[in-house]
Write a new protein. Sequence first.
Length: 257
Amino acid sequence: VIFDVGGVVITSPLIAIAAYERERGFPKDWLNVLITGYGHNGSWQKFERGELDLFPFYEGFGRELSNVEKGKQWYSQYCSKRNLEFPQLPSPSEMQVDGRELFGRMMRGSQFDKIVVHAIKEIRASKRFHVIAVTNNFGTPAQGIPQSEIEFLGWTSGAASTSQQLRELFDDYIDSSEVGMRKPESAIYKLACERNGLNATEVVMLDDLGMNLKPAKDMGMTTIHVQIGRSEEAIQQLSHILGLELFEGRTVHPSKL
């Protein structure tokens, strides 16, 4: 069973991004559109592949998210696909983003999803399945980041995406910044299978982003989309697929999948 981390095991960073957009008066999903718009060569994507250190990432992340002209171009496409009217924007000076401030808020908001963590422990206790994390992540505090910055980012918390406590939940932990590839690149899914002696058709994968599930499904994996605030539904699906009781006091009936 492959679990995504941010948005599945711990709080989605999208929650902090959405709150930041509301506070700043940005249109809904403005920042997400910019982050994805830069594609393979964006600062966020490079950071998750381990190609940028923290402080250069802050600078690039803020600069890219403050590019209102690119934002207008990509957000116009976003609106067109959804038959939405392009909204009125704040002035360009009011749309400047501090990369460090935003990233700090995304990191400090991390909390464990107790339902998912309990399910992981039950699956491992059954000794019938490998439990694997495949996460788009970034370098750990061991890479010379000052202690004050670690505290600013909340990386002293057990629920931080860089914590040993988190890693110990899994039989294998595949971190994009350590392997130099990231979801939705098919290579990272193939690596997860190869490292654990699995065929894709034997795997169930949970992720909060449909774009990350598509290549997994194309490879033959069974996929579960974990929507924000609806982890219980996702774990119920997983219970039926695995034929395991993942909720205390409940009985499940195995799926024929």
